[in-house]
Design a protein around this ligand. Structure first.
Ligand code: LLP
Length: 440
């Protein structure tokens, strides 16, 4: 591993800690020129800084020493990533049979897996039980008896119950999951959460380990987490009053924000950890409740800033009002601007630029005007076909949300670690796409 940057350093900017930009257009990641990565692996390509990922895991473990840190695999999972998480002592939050299968195939310990989902199929539940998944998160009432029926006689499956704390937080309506009237979790207000607790406690095949909530995504202050912690501890106290049961675990989900643009601030992990711990301790003390073991589930904050995407410029076109820079990727490798209007930072790399900067719209190669990667981003005025550009903070929710729209194969993932760059997910080729197409 390279020497560890400080927490203040890793909280800075949207580029991974080991990214360096030189005055002549040089751009390196952990000392490896990005131009060389583009030459070796082609474009578009996702590049992931392994050291940065591991460093972020350690930051969480240091900030919350008594807590369980479960990486949210939906942000980005492949076998190498599962391996790094195992090695760093993290648990894994999975939300589908696919994520579970990848984790298990990488040898990730099943007992350190937490299985989420608002619509888990019987097959998924069965696999989770059979494989010995540590905790399954109950998300609806019917799931309780469905799950219990799958547990072999003599065994008990640990579960958490996902509760709606009714707190609005998150960067976009599509990623706010902590308030009433959305499809995740069980409502305290309607009585469903209380009902779920009673039903789980009545099932000998299930063991209620604790409560869970997830507020939403891209949250940059500790405030909503403190509020959620109080609501959740109060629920735990109510459960003790009603059922005489003290629950040992409290999972407060993920959603920790990162910067996508220079000057933006992500959630500062150490401060967040202190405030969260204090909120839980104070509320527990007030209610005379023993402290539960905390669980947090960061996804984006572990893998997001460690990633960047390399694109080749294919065309530059001047419109009436804007200049369009079209690259060889697009909404198939990054749908986030199209879905949430998310902003991005892009940089020309690999050569010195002659002119000044001008704002451009970076678009992809897909057949629709919504295929925009970044709007109003400053790039050198002389940007031209053949140039390479790098887009920051694409390590989370990019590869995992990529599609094969227009039958474009998904880009590879290249990890840059202490021993240099290596391919951890290969490029999807037309042959891969045709393998699924069984024809007439
Ligand atoms: N735990 C649960 C139960 C979740 O549903 C999620 C994310 C996380 C943890 C991790 O959240 P994170 O720390 O990564 O924000 N596609 C969207 C993000 C959707 C997140 C869904 N759930 C995006 O690209 O912004």
């Amino acid at each position: 591993m390279t020497s560890m940057p400080s927490i203040a350093e890793i909280a800075r900017g949207p580029w991974s800690t080991a990214t360096w930009f030189g005055p002549e257009g040089e751009a390196t990641l952990a000392g490896v020129p990005l131009v060389r990565i583009a030459q070796q692996f082609g474009t578009p390509a996702y590049v992931l800084d392994e050291t940065d990922v591991r460093l972020r895991c350690r930051t969480y473990r240091t900030a919350l020493p008594g807590a369980e840190i479960a990486y949210a695999a939906k942000a980005f999972l492949c076998r190498a990533m599962a391996d790094w998480m195992r090695a760093e002592g993290l648990s894994l939050d999975v939300c589908s049979g696919g994520e579970l299968a990848v984790a298990l195939s990488a040898g990730f310990p099943a007992e350190r897996i937490i299985f989420h989902g608002n619509a888990k199929t019987t097959h998924e539940l069965q696999t989770a039980v059979t494989e010995g998944v540590g905790r399954i998160v109950i998300d609806n009432l019917a799931e309780i008896s469905r799950l219990a029926a799958l547990v072999p006689l003599g065994r008990r499956q640990k579960v958490l119950i996902r509760v709606i704390p009714d707190i609005t937080a998150g960067a976009h309506a599509a990623v706010r999951t902590g308030r009433e009237d959305q499809q995740f979790g069980l409502s305290i207000a309607t009585g469903a959460a209380g009902d779920a607790v009673a039903r789980v406690l009545a099932q000998p095949a299930l063991q209620l380990a604790g409560l869970h909530c997830h507020l939403g995504s891209q949250i940059t202050t500790a405030l909503p987490y403190e509020a959620a912690a109080r609501v959740m501890v109060e629920q735990m106290a109510r459960i003790r009053e009603t059922h005489g049961v003290v629950l040992p675990e409290l999972d407060l989900g993920g959603g920790h924000g990162i910067p996508y643009l220079q000057g933006e601030q992500g959630l500062e992990v150490t401060g967040f950890a202190q405030r969260l711990t204090t909120a839980v301790e104070e509320r527990c003390a007030g209610l005379g409740l023993p402290l539960p073991r905390l669980i947090v589930e960061p996804g984006r904050a572990i893998s997001g800033p460690a990633g960047l995407t390399l694109y080749r410029v294919i065309a530059v076109k001047k419109g009436l009002d804007r200049t369009y820079v079209a690259v060889d990727g697009g909404m198939s490798d990054n749908p986030r601007h199209a879905l949430y209007g998310s902003p991005y930072e892009a940089r020309l790399i690999g050569r010195r630029s002659q002119g000044g900067m001008r704002d451009v719209t970076v678009v992809g190669h897909h057949c629709e005007t919504g295929d925009t990667l970044a709007e109003g981003v400053p790039l050198p005025a002389d940007v031209h076909p053949g140039d390479l550009i790098a887009v920051a903070a694409t390590g989370a929710y990019h590869h995992s949300m990529a599609s094969t729209y227009n039958l474009t194969g998904r880009p590879p993932v290249v990890a840059v670690g202490p021993s240099g760059p290596r391919l951890i997910v290969r490029r999807e080729e037309p042959e891969d796409l045709m393998r699924r197409d069984v024809g007439l």
